[in-house]
Ligand binder design. Structure first.
Ligand code: FAD
Length: 580
């Protein structure tokens, strides 16, 4: 049998806790669930291979948001993240993260993942954020995935690689009952019954098209095509603040971060074409991105990361991290271009849009226990709504989700689902394989993402969004009636293309609903250019109700850590005055 030949089969298994997505949050969730009840069955389902999957597959430069005693307090961190998010934060979840993350750092340290320490043996944390100090470098960050994988093997977690989850199963009273998946090498379908399910499927990283034009040249791990967002939506879970897009400042044509988080503490900074620094703080926020965008619009672009003023030895030290740990291809890329940081600044640009709470705030709505609005269903990492989560947030909230989900599973039996739901999903999944001729998935995906760039990239214009919605509906029709998959690999792509379309529709709906501008460039609406706290100081929750997409307001929970009036707008004051 050829590796990608389609096999039309269906089988069923069951487990206590099913974790979907074996990147960062998923392995930690599976581990903690298993440790909570070693007798229980925990399955970790992954579309790729857990050994090298997800955003941390090649490694990580450091922890972007470590709350380490002596450097920062949970209260201070909670305040910073609240201000960075224009106040739209349920603080309980952020505060809980801030209280728990130090324990997780120590645990990761015990796994063999090393963090930078000073001569006294204390963690050497660096300042990148506007207010506090939270960045902890990882000199051997390329080992992170291997170290994690060893723990999974030791705990005897059942790992199912090369299974792509497509839909969740729910009972008639709305409880989660399991998930449906497809083998990405054979197309055989597998139903996994579970008492609790944890979604850890990362960002929606293939929503916009990178300016390089390469479909997989995304900032995010390209396997993260928004399946988690789509699955949560179809299961009836609420998704929060999807209009708060992810947009990042990246290396032009490379689509990885220039990495002011690594180079900034050594004295590097973001500069315009006059070599002038124009923003106070290189920490990524909507307001920072707006200043970046304004600089490009003003004719002062391109924007650069400037290192050439630094000492040769300092640059060498920065290169050690940037060219070896997170993305080893970066050194080769710069070499190919003949860019030596000693003489030339690093050209940057604005990334494609996506959904990601890791860097912004959009995600499946969760509380401080990682519970979604569907009983028994959890979410953690980049796809859950806890803002500015990053890698340590994925580990910490993954750990919270794992423990709580196991408790749920211990106290509930399997929920019953309707066999007709499985049959309907089987028909949807296999439909592209039944056609003899039609449009290949890469064309459906390319067109969707080109339209996303044309119509949805901020600044957001209502008329453009309305036109975008019509064009996307036409692509959806094509996908439904004419898309073909000639082998199992194309079938995977066909399913991903449908998730991307779902995410694009949600981006339109959520953006049109919030009639104000907020989060800097992330939700800049030209028809409503001002922030409107009177009407829109709230979350927006999007969900599927009676088969339709609906958006609603939800109050921000009372703050645990109060924010003084004079602190609220600190992140709005990013621009360095000319002549300063
Ligand atoms: C380029 C880059 C640099 C970064 N640098 C830093 C840094 O220096 N410091 C820091 O703190 N953070 C950093 N981050 C952020 C951090 O890596 C992420 O926030 C974190 O890893 C997200 O974890 P996750 O588990 O949510 O997603 P991921 O780790 O991406 O895992 C998602 C997993 O889900 C799987 N999956 C997706 N769909 C399906 C499906 N349908 N079925 C089954 N499996 C599926 C994917 O294959 C993947 O393995 C960076 C992120 C990127 C992209």
């Amino acid at each position: 049998m050829a590796i990608d030949e389609i096999v039309d089969g269906l089988s069923e298994v069951s487990c206590d806790v099913l974790v979907i997505g074996g990147g960062t949050a998923g392995p930690m969730a599976a581990l903690k669930a298993k440790l909570k009840n070693p007798k229980a069955n925990v399955v970790l389902l992954e579309k790729a291979n857990v050994k090298r999957s997800g955003a941390i597959s090649m490694g990580m430069d450091g922890l972007n948001n470590a709350v380490i005693p002596g450097y920062a307090t949970p209260e201070q961190y909670t305040k910073e993240i609240t201000i960075a998010n224009d106040g739209i934060v349920d603080q309980k979840a952020v505060y809980k993260y801030a209280q728990n993350c130090y324990k997780i750092i120590e645990e990761l340290d015990s796994f063999g993942i090393r963090f930078l320490k000073n001569e006294n043996g204390d963690y050497a944390v660096k300042k990148v954020h506007h207010i506090g100090t939270y960045v902890l470098p990882m000199p051997n960050g390329e080992t992170v995935k291997k170290a994690l994988y060893r723990q999974l093997r030791r705990a005897r977690i059942l790992i199912s690689n090369r299974y792509m989850a497509t839909r969740l199963l729910t009972s008639s009273d709305g409880r989660v009952a399991g998930a449906i998946s497809v083998n990405t090498r054979t197309a055989e379908m597998l139903v996994i019954k579970a008492k609790a399910v944890i979604l850890c499927m990362g960002a929606a990283g293939r929503l916009g098209l990178p300016t390089s034009g390469y479909m997989f040249g995304t900032y995010e791990n390209a396997a993260n095509s928004g399946d988690g967002y789509a699955m949560a939506y179809h299961a009836g879970a609420a998704l929060a603040n999807l209009e708060c897009f992810q947009i990042n400042p990246l290396i032009k044509d490379y689509n990885g971060p220039a990495c002011a988080y690594v180079a900034g503490p050594f004295g590097a900074y973001t500069a315009n074409n006059e070599d002038r620094r124009f923003i106070e703080c290189d920490y990524w926020s909507g307001q920072m991105m707006l200043e970046f965008f304004n600089e490009l619009q003003s004719g002062k672009g391109p924007v650069f990361l400037q290192l050439k003023h630094l000492h040769d030895k300092t640059i060498e030290e920065i290169e050690q991290t940037l060219h070896k740990v997170e993305r080893p291809t970066r050194g080769l890329f710069q070499q190919g271009r003949g860019v030596d940081y000693r003489h030339e600044s690093i050209e940057m640009h604005i990334s494609e849009i996506g959904f990601c709470s890791g860097h912004s705030a959009s995600g499946v709505f969760v509380d401080e226990f990682a519970r979604t609005t569907v009983p028994g269903l959890y979410a953690a990492g980049d796809m859950a709504s806890v803002p500015h989560n990053y890698m340590l947030g994925a580990f910490t909230n993954g750990s919270v989700a794992g423990a709580d989900a196991m408790e749920f599973a211990d106290n509930h039996d399997f929920a019953a689902f309707d066999a007709a739901d499985v049959a309907a999903e089987r028909e949807r999944v296999m439909a592209p394989t039944k056609r003899q001729d039609g449009i290949p998935p890469n064309q459906i995906e390319y067109k969707t993402r080109r339209l996303v760039n044309d119509y949805l990239q901020p600044p957001k214009v209502t008329r453009k969004y309305e036109l975008g919605a019509r064009r996307l509906a036409e692509v959806r029709q094509d996908a439904k009636e004419r898309m073909i998959a000639r082998n199992a690999h194309e079938l995977l792509r066909a399913l991903e293309a449908q998730s991307i379309l779902d995410c694009a529709d949600m981006a339109v709906h959520a953006s049109l609903y919030r009639q104000e501008s907020r989060w800097g460039l992330y939700h800049l609406r030209t028809d409503y250019p001002e922030k409107d706290n009177e009407n829109w100081f709230c979350h927006t929750l999007l969900s599927k109700q009676n088969g339709h997409m609906v958006s609603e307001k939800r109050e921000v929970e009372p703050y645990v850590v109060p924010i003084a009036d004079e602190e609220k707008d600190l992140y709005d004051k990013q621009r360095i005055a000319v002549g300063a």
